[in-house]
Design a protein around this ligand. Structure first.
Ligand code: FMN
Length: 403
């Protein structure tokens, strides 16, 4: 295992000053952009002075606003990015086959995840380092999730403490844990999340991050952000520790050699529902069910871990079959359109999570950006449900997708 695994995870270079200088530059460029602007990725060209109308537009706006290294950190995947590309391509390979003349005139996107009622089946995935994308960082995302009446998965590396994110909004939140080696620290952290009102614990367990872009950019978390992150987790740091010492501390602080009994331990310290994130194999999903986990997130971390693994959506049907209704199955990696949400739900996901789409939107326009991307995806989903004769989420079924 690469010693720098976790530093890479957090390798969020340029400081906020650089970010705002870049944003000011981008504003100038946008003001001067010729009609037609830069082509957006994956959609028809949108003059950049107009309102963003899809995820790809927000990607372009984030690219213009962020220092290149920070944009690369969000956007890139591991090594050859085979999985990163396949996540999107796999959704595009699936075909929808809607029935005609269903008479459906209105749709309701509300659903329930782990007994939590939410207004749309789209959650915010745990995303690290949000303070580097926008000064309000996770606080902005938490407010946008609450306004949209959905759940925010809060990364343990998000840039704010669990208490700070909890105070930002009263919306439902799950706490995503990377396991500290020091179980006393881990225990206190989980207890703090529970006390702060988080509704579930998500343990992320997939490994193998190796992002060439971040290596090339020599991306490292700036000292103040690293110090805040480690103290937010609850590590006892001396103020005299140098940056080098903090980096070395961070390199050895995390338990990357977990086994399934990590969940027994979690179960012994919290009453909150437990989810495992990073599942791609049906046998792992069966193990998760056998040990009584409440939820499974089918995910390849958006192509940011071991490259060459399959797209999450391609693994979903066999995992849903293996779980057989005994736990809730969620999916992330590659959701870029409302039709992707429809496809995932048709193939058995209870809900989906988005990562990059809202990280780009946060960088582009803070809380308003995250609200907007959730609204755009909701509108796209509504349109797809109407066209498919689905008045509500429960009526989205397997027959809609040809694979
Ligand atoms: C910038 C960034 C940081 C991330 N940080 C975390 C993290 O701290 N914990 C985690 O479990 N997943 C993390 N992820 C993965 C997301 O939770 C999610 O699995 C992935 O982004 C979904 O793919 P998508 O970006 O194609 O939507 C991160 C993703 C991005 C883009």
């Amino acid at each position: 295992m690469n010693r720098r695994f976790f530093s890479q995870l957090l390798a969020l270079g340029a400081g906020s000053l650089g970010l705002w200088q870049a944003r000011a530059r981008a504003d100038d460029e946008l003001a001067q952009a010729p009609a037609g602007g830069a082509p957006s990725v994956g959609g028809p060209p949108n003059p950049r002075r107009l309102e963003p109308v899809n995820v790809a537009d927000f990607q372009e706006l984030a690219k213009a606003a962020l220092p290149p290294a920070t944009y690369d950190y969000i956007t890139s995947g591991s090594t050859d990015e085979v999985t990163l590309r396949d996540n999107v391509a796999a959704f595009q390979r699936l075909r929808l086959l809607p029935p005609l003349l269903t008479g459906v005139a209105e749709v309701d996107t509300a659903t329930t995840v782990l007994k939590q009622p939410i207004a749309l089946p789209i959650l915010l995935a745990p995303v690290a380092g949000q303070s580097l994308y926008h000064p309000q960082g996770a606080l902005a995302s938490a407010r946008a999730a609450a306004s949209a009446k959905t759940i925010m998965g809060v990364s343990s590396s998000v840039g704010h403490s669990v208490e700070e994110v909890a105070a930002a909004s009263s919306g439902p939140k799950w706490f995503q844990l990377y396991m500290p080696k020091d179980r006393a620290v881990a225990r206190r952290l989980v207890e703090r999340a529970e006390r702060s009102g988080f509704k579930a614990i998500v343990l992320t367990v997939d490994l193998g991050e190796r992002k060439d872009a971040d290596k090339r950019n020599r991306f490292t978390l700036p000292e103040p952000a690293l110090r805040k992150h480690l103290s937010d987790i609850g590590f006892n740091l001396s103020e005299r520790m140098t940056y080098e010492q903090l980096l070395a501390f961070n390199d050895q602080a995390w338990d990357l050699t977990l086994s399934w009994n990590a969940f027994d331990w979690l179960r012994s310290i919290t009453k909150l529902p437990l989810l495992v994130k990073g599942v791609l194999r049906a046998d792992d999903a069966k193990k998760a069910v056998a040990i009584g986990l409440d939820g499974i997130v089918v995910s390849n971390h958006g192509g940011r871990r071991l490259d060459g693994v399959p797209a999450s959506i391609d693994q979903l049907p066999q995992i849903v079959a293996a779980v057989n209704g005994k736990a809730e199955v969620l999916l992330d990696s590659g959701i870029r359109r409302g039709t992707d949400v429809l496809k995932a739900l048709a193939l058995g996901a209870k809900a989906v999570l988005i990562g990059r789409p809202y990280a780009w939107a946060l960088a582009a326009d803070g809380e308003a950006g995250v609200s907007k991307i959730l609204e755009l995806l909701r509108e796209e989903l509504v349109s797809a449900m109407l066209a498919s004769g689905c008045p509500n989420v429960a009526s989205i079924d397997r027959s809609l997708v040809i694979s």
